[in-house]
Write a protein that binds this ligand. Sequence first.
Ligand code: PMP
Length: 287
Amino acid sequence: MPRTIFMNDRLVPEEEARISVFDHGLLYGDGVFEGLRSYSGRVFRLNDHLDRLWASARAICLEIPMSRERLSQAVLDTLIANKLEDGYIRLIVTRGAGTLGLDPNRCHDPQIIIIADTISLYPKEFYEQGLRIVTAATQRIQTAALSPRIKSLNYLNNIMAKLEGLQAGCVEALMLNHKGEVAECTGDNIFVVRGERMLTPPPDAGILEGITRSAVMELASKEDIDCREATLTRHDLYTADECFLTGTAAEVIPVVEIDGRPIGEGIPGPITKKLKDCFHSLVRQNS
Ligand code: PMP
């Protein structure tokens, strides 16, 4: 079914949603985005996504040409226009059209695009049986080069690692930072369970601070599970009792094998299952 896209200030049919070939979003990946999800017509943690979008934009000196309130309404309008209750939303702000040079100051018309679509989920058996992942040789980009906390349109670092995962027959791949510490996966954050404790790399390990990650950390605290940020190595992963990933699209998904090593018993663990269930109830309550 043709979609209805929000472009700048209005909803247009998909075939009319066009951007310039001079847009620096296209030419240089100069822009920011968010991936959001709606459950029963309500967007999960919309405010947190808008906070992160504004933070990313601020970091690259991009002024979003719309108020938060208006943009928030535009997200909801796009969902309604596409008759989507349970959907995936891509919110993009590009630098806009400029010259062929890099200079962002010569771009004067940032484009706001909102796409709402059905969500393409991982097969059910991945959630029941857990994922196998491998470590990519591609390192997560260093914070001093480009902060992974910026959700920018430039995702080649992650795509290079994703290619490595796919070549090894895995849908996700683990990325380490330049110090060899665990950072995150190509599009998901990572957690391990060791004894009674849950651990996840801190923001300065070079991660995107996932909104699902925060939600899961809050759920852990409500469930009296000790959850902390900690520097992790691959050894910590290989010897963990459980491992799982979090992300808007993936939600909470167990990992049962990393680099050919079974994690724990090689099946999804009890804490992972508990948090997966808690997360599913949370998104339906939408708090
Ligand atoms: N890390 C990266 C690199 C991502 O692209 C994503 C997906 N946005 C995540 C982590 C998970 O973040 P969130 O829970 O906000 O979707």
